[in-house]
Design a protein. Structure first.
Length: 287
């Protein structure tokens, strides 16, 4: 595997070796981080309970969030994240492996959350549960938490996140690109928003780079050279500062993950994303 690929992605064939060698006991924590837009009417927790990788726990991005915000799944406080990780048996030395049901999917959001709280030993299962099933990996239907309560202490990295006011300032900053990971139709305001009450369109001076461009039809992350070719067309290089946005801060993390995969580390997530921007009365909107 390529060096970067080994750090960020784990292939199903390598994960099953860990399983067969009983390396599961060596401080590995696996999370199913599947999540779906409300209009899809899918329940990720029910699907998780029906079939998941043995000893995987469900990482609910709606619950592991700031419950005091009226915006969906905003990043939780450091204290809350610590408490939940302790309950789930995560330690600062844990090797975290994350997957989604349908492929890369929404697993980058959970990857980004761990990075936000200073946890660097995090990999995503390339191809998700589908890749695991393809090699006949075993499946479980128990939702038991296998890890004992632990000690966990995170370090919040504010360089990975930004808010509404920061995006306002970034609109006219020529040294920074605001990249919208939503579909072209939503970006242009010609498709309906999946959440009611939101305006249509996009943040002024932002560019559209749908997250689906970085994932192949089978749910695998594209090869490094293909990702580089895509971003080259948008004049993005290692010196470019980026704010990644989407509908609610989930698929924006796919862009951040893809960029990180090719060695680019200068990307912030606008956590409120369009759920915030499209709901504020005085927000400036382009179509």
């Amino acid at each position: 595997m390529e060096e970067n690929r080994a750090k960020l992605l784990i292939e199903a064939k390598d994960l099953i070796k860990l399983y067969k060698n009983n390396t599961w006991k060596n401080n590995i924590v696996i999370f199913d981080a599947s999540w779906y837009l409300p209009n899809l009417k899918r329940n990720p927790y029910i699907e998780y309970k029906n079939h998941h990788i043995p000893k995987a726990q469900f990482f609910d991005i709606d619950e592991i969030s700031n419950q005091n915000s009226n915006l969906p799944h905003m990043a939780p406080s450091t204290n809350k994240f610590n408490k939940i990780m302790k309950k789930m048996g995560v330690t600062n030395n844990s090797f975290i492996i994350i997957y989604s049901l349908d492929g890369i999917g929404t697993s980058p959001r959970t990857w980004w959350l761990f990075k936000l709280f200073g946890h660097n030993k995090v990999s995503i299962l390339n191809g998700g549960l589908k890749a695991w099933l393809k090699i006949k990996g075993p499946i479980d239907s128990s939702s038991k938490i296998y890890n004992k309560k632990s000690h966990y202490s995170s370090k919040y990295n504010k360089k990975l996140i930004c808010n509404y006011d920061e995006v306002i300032k970034a609109i006219n900053n020529k040294n920074l690109k605001i990249i919208d990971a939503r579909s072209e139709g939503r970006f242009k305001g010609i498709e309906p928003e999946p959440r009611p009450g939101l305006k249509k369109g996009h943040i002024p001076n932002s560019i559209n780079l749908p997250f689906t461009l970085f994932i192949d039809k089978n749910g695998y992350l594209l090869e490094k050279k293909k990702i580089k070719k895509i971003i080259k067309n948008f004049s993005i290089n290692n010196n470019t500062k980026i704010i990644s946005t989407c509908g609610s801060g989930v698929t924006a993390c796919v862009l951040a993950f893809a960029l990180n995969y090719i060695g680019f580390n200068n990307c912030k997530i606008y956590d409120g994303s369009w759920s915030e921007w499209g709901s504020i009365k005085n927000s400036i909107i382009e179509k």
